[in-house]
Design a protein around this ligand. Structure first.
Ligand code: ADP
Length: 259
């Protein structure tokens, strides 16, 4: 469980690096490598020790360049792989993790209807998103409290909720009764790098990541919050195509034909 939390943090760190920093770093390394190459030519003939030091520096810089290249490629290649996801099942699979990342004083309750329609989303990214929302909820309840994870289906017929396109949605909610946000915080909480958690504790990328996933998936992140009352984070995800009414049998014929 601890490791999955660390993985989520690592993902955030990678996102942070690739958000321009890796690019800048690459430019710096190019300057360093060019300077080293000039310096190498000025090493007096026969000074093997100086040559070795310069070569060491070149090797280090080249390794750094290759690492930043890989980071850049990783961030570009992080295309979503959406699929049909049973949300209650996904949450059940994370139960231990959610409880352990919620601390001993936080009650975790899940509430799902008996048959919740599946969502069409990248399951791995959804796990990270849920983890981010749960970590936020836990952080908002330092003295303990109630954390509820619930699901429901919604139909949008006109553009109403956060400008959502009309369609069928599955809504995953993470609800806490923690410290909540005032209006100024609520207005800024989606900004990348915005955090109220202090140096070394928050990266300010959690909600940006969740928002990005929702938007890229064709859904939305909807936040409700009141100072001293709590926060509700709703992840609106497109419903996966309804299964066809006629179930194909292994021989390829529709089951109705057999009846
Ligand atoms: P981080 O958690 O690293 O600060 P986030 O993007 O996840 O970054 O959150 C940004 C800010 O939004 C938090 O620092 C906090 O002020 C506020 N916030 C997010 N979720 C909640 C919540 N459930 N309750 C109260 N405040 C929250």
């Amino acid at each position: 469980a601890e490791q999955r939390v660390r993985q989520a943090q690592k993902m955030e760190a990678v996102g942070q690096l690739t958000g321009g920093i890796a690019h800048d770093f690459n430019n710096l390394l190019t300057v360093i490598l060019a300077s080293l190459s000039l310096l190498r030519k000025r090493v007096p003939a026969g000074d093997e020790r100086a040559l070795r030091l310069v070569d060491n520096a070149v090797q280090g810089a080249e390794r750094g360049a290759s690492l930043t290249q890989r980071l850049l490629a990783f961030s570009r290649g992080q295309a979503l792989k959406p699929g049909v996801v049973d949300i209650p099942e996904l949450v059940r699979g994370m139960a231990d993790l959610l409880r352990s990342s919620s601390g001993p004083v936080v009650q975790v309750e899940t509430r799902f209807p008996l048959a919740l329609a599946p969502a069409y989303v990248d399951a791995n990214q959804l796990e990270l998103a849920l983890l981010n929302l749960v970590v936020n909820a836990r952080d908002a309840m330092p003295e303990g409290g109630q954390l509820t994870i619930s699901g429901r289906e919604e139909q949008v017929s006109v553009r109403q909720v956060s400008d959502l396109p009309p369609g069928d949605y599955v809504v995953l909610s993470v609800i806490d009764n923690g410290e909540g946000m005032d209006e100024a915080t609520l207005a800024r909480c989606l900004d990348p790098f915005f955090t109220t958690k202090g140096v070394g504790k928050g990266t300010g990328l959690g909600l940006s990541m969740v928002y990005g996933l929702a938007a890229q998936t064709g859904g939305r992140l909807v936040l409700h919050s009141h100072k001293a009352e709590g926060t509700t984070a709703e992840l609106w995800l497109p419903r996966a195509e309804a299964r066809p009414a006629i179930v194909l049998q292994p021989d390829g014929g529709p089951s109705e034909a057999r009846a």
